[in-house]
Design a protein around this ligand. Structure first.
Ligand SMILES: *[C@@H]1O[C@H](CO)[C@@H](O)[C@H](O)[C@H]1NC(C)=O
Length: 323
């Protein structure tokens, strides 16, 4: 009897942990690996994503209508590697008056990879200058895969790039100032799942004093229309935090992120399946941080080309992000 009551309580509690629905989206809402920022000069939202040599979309509001506006690098990257006409996983950040857009050059399942960077002062199509490789590269036998770069400005004024996926999972390397190239230090591992296929990627570090929050996508990202993983093994968004930008990340239970730690921020719920490819930006309109991501809307379809743009305002009640 007591056990039954306990089970009932446990199932009630797990039902009670619910996520908010993604914010509204109209217009061009089909995306993979979005990166969003609000242009300070006029409040226009820019969204970059994988495909079309980094697709640009703009909107006057986060919920749309989004309009596709062409490519960041219409002739591909100057980086001399296979995949330089098929750029992935953009990340965008503003330093001084300049927007820096990081992108990955690689091919699926290969460690022959590099993270490149392009700059613009307006982010409009046709204004981007390719600056080529950041020097964050990998090749067969490297401990990591140099894709999915994200740059954070640390509290002491220095820059760090987090990057990586599978193999040794997520690493961090100090960047120069301005953050065009790595400052040459050797990358340090900041997250690793020792079990299964080490399926962690798409790291994004957000600094909210006194903590750095390391968000990452865990699990199977793609191909859900041909084969779906066991329930719970699809993409989900996890987080660890630390008071240092490039070490010491732990989850809510205190488990090190380098020892398979990670607390879930957003997972499949309702008609949302496999959310990931996330990032964060401070939205002047919402007056807080937005978690944005892509997800499968099960009412639309499971194909990789059908992923939708999702976003939610983060609340930080207990020092951990909740959406
Ligand atoms: C680590 O990988 C295992 C096996 O794939 C998975 O069950 C677990 O949830 C992962 N841990 C995190 C924090 O994502």
């Amino acid at each position: 009897m007591f056990l039954n009551l306990l089970l009932l309580l446990v199932s009630f509690v797990s039902i009670a942990i619910s996520y908010e629905k993604p914010g509204a989206c109209s217009g061009a809402c089909n995306v993979h690996d979005p990166a969003v920022i609000c242009r300070t000069s006029d409040g226009t939202y820019f969204r970059f994503s994988t495909g079309n040599k980094i697709q640009i979309a703009t909107s006057s509001s986060l919920s749309g209508p989004w309009t596709n506006k062409g490519s960041v690098l219409p002739s591909g990257s100057e980086i001399n590697l296979a995949g330089n006409k098929d750029l992935w996983a953009p990340d965008v950040t503003k330093v001084g008056d300049t927007y820096y857009l990081y992108y990955s050059v690689s091919t699926f399942g290969s460690q022959e990879s590099a993270i490149g960077v392009a700059t613009s002062t307006t982010m409009e199509a046709g204004t981007w200058t390719d600056c080529g490789s950041t020097g964050v590269t990998s090749s067969a036998g490297s401990a990591y895969n140099a894709i999915d770069g994200n740059v954070v400005l640390a509290g002491d004024g220095s820059y760090y790039m987090s990057f990586g996926s599978f193999w040794g999972d997520i690493y961090s390397v100090p960047m120069g100032n301005p953050p065009l190239t790595s400052s040459g230090g050797s990358p340090k591992r900041i997250a690793y799942n020792s079990t299964g296929s080490h399926a962690i990627e798409g790291a994004f570090v957000w600094y909210r004093s006194p903590y750095y929050y390391l968000f990452f996508s865990s699990g199977v990202c793609c191909g859900y229309d041909s084969s779906r993983p066991a329930q719970g093994m699809e993409y989900r968004i996890n987080v660890c935090r630390s008071t240092s930008a490039n070490s010491g990340y732990v989850d809510k239970k205190g488990i090190a992120c380098t020892s398979s730690g990670g607390s879930t921020v957003l997972a499949s719920h309702g008609n949302v399946y496999g959310p990931g490819g996330q990032g964060i930006f401070l939205d002047p309109v919402a007056g807080g941080e937005i978690l944005y991501y892509h997800y499968v809307d099960t009412k639309i379809g499971y194909g990789d080309g059908q992923k939708r743009f999702g976003w939610n305002l983060i609340s930080w009640g207990t020092g951990w992000p909740v959406v």
